[in-house]
Design a protein around this ligand. Sequence first.
Ligand code: SF4
Length: 235
Amino acid sequence: MHCDYCATPFLHPNFIQRSPEDVIAEIVHLNTRMNVLEFAFYDDALFTNKKHHIIPILKSIIKHKIQATFHTPNGLFARDIDLNLAQLMKESGFKTIRLSLESIIPELQKASTNKVSTHHFECALDNLESAGFQRKDIETYLIMGLPGQKYPDIEITLRYVFELGALSRLAAYTSIPHTASWDMAKMAGSVWDEMDPLLTNNTLYPCATADFPVEKFTKLRQLSNQLNANVKSET
Ligand code: SF4
């Protein structure tokens, strides 16, 4: 993928997947020899080429009766989660599930390589729920602070996720050179080429503007916390 805000295509232009046999051998070794019980997959493209990659891995985890819990702390591609994959995730012991949505605004979805649409996102939630996961345990990454992004766009996306009964997780944008978003931020005067990278850190909200000041970012975090608390309190 080539998301406007991400430096991965610049840093790692080639997409490489380990063989399922290699991955499962490592999991079996760590689980049976080292007693590792918690595994995290830090790959948002974990389900890419799923027929030949994650599905054989999950079937093998089930076949080996591996007693462990699996976590996906990065935002998975929702469009790949059909009912079959959701059931395999449940059976193999997945617990932490985070999906990538970023925004429900079409221009922003386009900037995210159209890796997810609202339709795909809703289907993934339905499939995960049918497989036995609870919506209130599923977190959704939303991006906040991109150059040109508007406050109401983020608020309606937060409320959309809440209406679907899932949790939101706001990810503040960090400006990174060699990306389309960096060029946009540069044109807006928010960043410049010789800028100390520390000043681009997302905790400083480098793309805050007079119309979208830092206080409004804080307000969105508070709204996210409040909506998440409401979701969790529902029985
Ligand atoms: S899919 Fe993920 S890793 Fe790939 S470009 Fe987009 S944000 Fe970066």
